[in-house]
Write a protein that binds this ligand. Structure first.
Ligand code: HEC
Ligand code: HEC
Length: 392
C-alpha cells in the first residue's frame, strides 16, 4: 500500500524540482532543497535551523526564505548570482550579499521608526527593478549618470572616487577631440568668436498648449533675454550676466534662483562651444548612447563639489544633440534636459533652430523661423527691474 504513495510523492517531488529550477532560472535548485532536507531529520522550525547562515531573516518558518529571495531578485531586477556563488548560498563572499543584509536591517528599522512597523517601505520602493536606485528625478526615460549620484559636498567629493572610468573607453575619441570636432562642425572658433549678438524669432509651445510667438536675443558677453508674447502681455526671462529675473503679466517680478545661475550662464554665452573646454577641470568620455535617432558620444564634465554636466555629441556630424544639467538643492539635484536640432548656417556658424527644454514635470518646445546675427540689441532690456512693490 505504501509503495504507490511513495511513487507519487517522488513524482511530485520531481515536479517541484523542475518547477523550482524554472523559477530559479536554471539555478541548482536541487542544492537548495538538499541543504534543507539534510537537516530535515527533526523537521526544522526556523530559517536558522534549516539554513546555514541566516542573520536577519531568522525565526521565520523555513518556507519563507525562498519567497523572500524571489522578492529581492524582482525588486532589484537581478538573478540569484548577483549575491550568491553557485552551490554555496550560505557563503558571504559577494559584497552585494553583505550589502543586501544591511539593506534588510535598514528596511526593518525604517519601517519601525517611521511607519509604526507597518511594511510601507520595501526594497522595491527604492530599487524599482534596478540594483542601484535612481536618486535624480528622471525626465521622460532619461536617467542621470550614476556618477552624478555620487555628487557630494567638496570635502567628501575629493576623497570619494567616482565610478566613472578613468580613461576613455576603447574605440572612442578623446574628450578633447570630441570638443574640437564640435567647434569645427559649427564653423570653427574664428567664426564663432565674431558673433556679437543673435536674435531668433519663432514659436514656443508649453506642454500641449498653443504655439505662442517668441523672441530670444543674445548679446555678448553672456546676456540673454526671452520674450514670449502672451494674449495678456509679454512674459520675459532675462539674464544680464550677473543676475536674472522673470516677469509675467499680472504677477510680481521673480528673481532667478541662484541654483540656476550656472545654467543661465551656459545658455547666454554665444561663444559657449569655444568656452566648453574651460568649463570643467575634468572631462570624461563615458560611452555611445542613442539620442533620438542618432548615435551620440556622451561626455561628462565635472568639477569638485559641483553637479556634473552631460553633453551628447552626434558621432557623425559632431554637433551637440543634448545637454543634461543639474541644479543643486539641499535634498537632491534638479535636472534640465535640452535637445538641439535643425542646425542651420548663419554667417558661417551653425545654429540650432529647434530646441526642446524638458524638466521632470514640464517641457517647452522652441522653433525659430527667423534668425539674424550681429544686429543691435538694446542694452536697456538688461537693466534690473524696479524694486518689487510692497506685498499686501
Ligand atoms: C540582493 C542579494 C540577494 C539575491 C539577489 C538573492 N539572495 Fe539569497 N540571500 C541573500 C542574503 C543577504 C541572505 C542571508 C539572509 C540573512 O542573513 O538573513 C541570503 C540567503 C539565502 C539562502 C540561505 C543560505 C544559507 O544556507 O544560509 C538561500 C538558500 C538563498 N539565499 C537563495 C537564494 C536564491 C535561490 C536566490 C534567487 C532566487 C537568491 N537567494 C537571491 C541575498 C540575496
Ligand atoms: C531607502 C531606500 C532603499 C531601500 C528600502 C533599499 N535599498 Fe538597497 N540601495 C539603496 C541605495 C541608495 C543603494 C546604492 C548605494 C550606493 O550606490 O552606494 C542601494 C544599494 C543596494 C545594493 C548594492 C547594489 C550594487 O550594485 O552594489 C544591494 C545589493 C541592495 N541595495 C539591496 C537591497 C535589498 C535586498 C533591499 C530590501 C531588503 C534594499 N536594498 C532596500 C537604497 C535602498
Amino acid at each position: 500500500m505504501k509503495q504507490p504513495m511513495k511513487q507519487t510523492s517522488k513524482k511530485t517531488g520531481n515536479l517541484l524540482l523542475i518547477a523550482a529550477a524554472a523559477i530559479f532560472a536554471l539555478w541548482p535548485a536541487a542544492s537548495i532543497l538538499r541543504a534543507q532536507s539534510a537537516e530535515a531529520a527533526p523537521k526544522p522550525k526556523t530559517t536558522q535551523q534549516a539554513f546555514k547562515n541566516i542573520q536577519v531573516l531568522k525565526d521565520l518558518p523555513p518556507g519563507q526564505l525562498i519567497p523572500a529571495m524571489q522578492f529581492i531578485t524582482a525588486s532589484l531586477g537581478v538573478e540569484c548570482d548577483f549575491c550568491h556563488v553557485r552551490g554555496a548560498f550560505d557563503k558571504d563572499d559577494k559584497p552585494t550579499k553583505v550589502t543586501a543584509r544591511k539593506m534588510m536591517q535598514m528596511m526593518i528599522i525604517l519601517n519601525q521608526e517611521n511607519f509604526d512597523s507597518r511594511r510601507e517601505v520595501t526594497c522595491y520602493s527604492c530599487h524599482r527593478g534596478a540594483s542601484k536606485p535612481v536618486s535624480i528625478p528622471m525626465i521622460g526615460d532619461t536617467v542621470a549618470l550614476e556618477a552624478l549620484e555620487d555628487f557630494a559636498p567638496p570635502s567628501a567629493a575629493e576623497s570619494t572616487p567616482t565610478s566613472t572610468p578613468a580613461s576613455t573607453p576603447a574605440g572612442l575619441p578623446s574628450a578633447s577631440d570630441v570638443l574640437d570636432k564640435y567647434v569645427a562642425a559649427l564653423g570653427g572658433a574664428a567664426a564663432i568668436e565674431k558673433i556679437s549678438s543673435r536674435v531668433g524669432t519663432g514659436t514656443v509651445t508649453f506642454a500641449a498648449g498653443p504655439a505662442l510667438p517668441v523672441q530670444i536675443s543674445w548679446k555678448a558677453p553672456g546676456k540673454q533675454i526671452t520674450v514670449v508674447h502672451l494674449p495678456m502681455g509679454d512674459s520675459t526671462t532675462v539674464w544680464n550676466g550677473n543676475a536674472g529675473w522673470l516677469s509675467a503679466p499680472g504677477s510680481p517680478v521673480r528673481e532667478t534662483n541662484e541654483a540656476d545661475y550656472e545654467g543661465a550662464r551656459l545658455d547666454a554665452d554665444l561663444q559657449q562651444p569655444v568656452h566648453l573646454k574651460q568649463l570643467s577641470s575634468d572631462f570624461k568620455v563615458i560611452d555611445v548612447e542613442k539620442v533620438r535617432d542618432h548615435d551620440a558620444v556622451l561626455l561628462l564634465a565635472s568639477n569638485p563639489g559641483q553637479p556634473g554636466l552631460e553633453l551628447f555629441f552626434d558621432t557623425q556630424s559632431g554637433l551637440l544633440l543634448r545637454q543634461l544639467r543639474f541644479s543643486k538643492s539641499p535634498l537632491g539635484l534638479n535636472p534640465t534636459r535640452t535637445d538641439y536640432d535643425d542646425y542651420k548656417d548663419f554667417d558661417g556658424v551653425k545654429v540650432p533652430m529647434h530646441m526642446t527644454i524638458a524638466r521632470p514635470r514640464t517641457k517647452l518646445d522652441i522653433q525659430f523661423d527667423k534668425l539674424s546675427q550681429n544686429v543691435a540689441v538694446d542694452d536697456a532690456q538688461f537693466e534690473a527691474p524696479p524694486p518689487k512693490p510692497p506685498q499686501p
